[in-house]
Design a protein around this ligand. Sequence first.
Ligand code: ADP
Ligand code: MG
Length: 327
Amino acid sequence: MGRLITVDDLKKHYPVSRSLKEMVNGERPAVRALDGVSFELEERESIGLLGESGCGKTTTGRLILKLEEPTSGSVTVDGQPIARLKGKALKEFRKQAQLVFQNPFDALNPRLTMEQSLSEPLINAGAPKAEFSDRIAAVMKQARLPRIKEVLPKYPHQLSGGQLQRIVLARALILGPRFIVADEPVSMLDVSVRADILNLMRDIQRESSLSAIYISHDLALVRYVAKRTLVMYLGRIVEDGPTEEIVLRPQHPYTKALIAAVPVPRVDQDRGPLPIKGNVPDARRPPSGCRFHDRCPIAIARCSVEDPALLPSAPGHRVACHLVAKA
Ligand SMILES: Nc1ncnc2c1ncn2[C@@H]1O[C@H](COP(=O)(O)OP(=O)(O)O)[C@@H](O)[C@H]1O
Ligand SMILES: [Mg+2]
């Protein structure tokens, strides 16, 4: 397996409007959506980005897909920094990198039939018209959508949530991507069909040597589909390791709190709020030192002053905490 994606010290700061005091003081406030994230993704690997709402998961996905440009840092795919991609190379990248939307109703135009929705990416990529019907049939088979003739003339409102999510998946796969970013892929679906869709995504990945980044606030989902998990908190990765290690032996106090919230995570169950005090702090003014220190049950004085680096605690496992022993 080779390296597919390298994310290096990625930052995304969104400027926000200034208060009078900030104007007087010459400050330029920004939401630090992402504030120094580094990780790698191998070919055929699937990783999960896990964390509470607002921690920067979607921003990470959008930067990797080049839907937005970073404030600083880089994303490299196949050794090529994607920031420099233009023209033909950018078009090729757009085929290889696909987003699976969380809400099928956002992803599919209500006025287009399934056939039209599935044709759209082929048209945009300049595929020969003569290939359309075969390619659409093949990808529907891949997405386990039988009765192709019955489904193709239908509009989104005529299909079930599960069927729609299969179409969304088929649409993401039709150009033969090398990796997908699936942002909360089943959050809009009824719990009873979530496992079906996740199983399908897992099978497709195996069959087509696809890499995937699964984004979710739900540990059960990440555990289901990703062998490796990156836990994010306020624009940073706080822990990165094999998913089962993270579930069974979490190291970072934040990860421990996430795991404690779901002792036996299952994809067919919803869960309550986290058992940690307070809320995620304002991303305009992240706490000093370790960003988690004001909610951390074991913080010491050093934690409010010194920002912990993400360092190996065991082979293939990294943790950003002063109180976790380093390998
Ligand atoms: N376009 C934007 N402008 C300003 N702030 C944004 C924008 N997009 C995201 N943010 C902020 O960046 C932070 C991270 O957002 P996001 O990546 O969507 O988190 P997540 O997907 O983990 O919920 C949040 O504080 C969010 O409000
Ligand atoms: Mg999000």
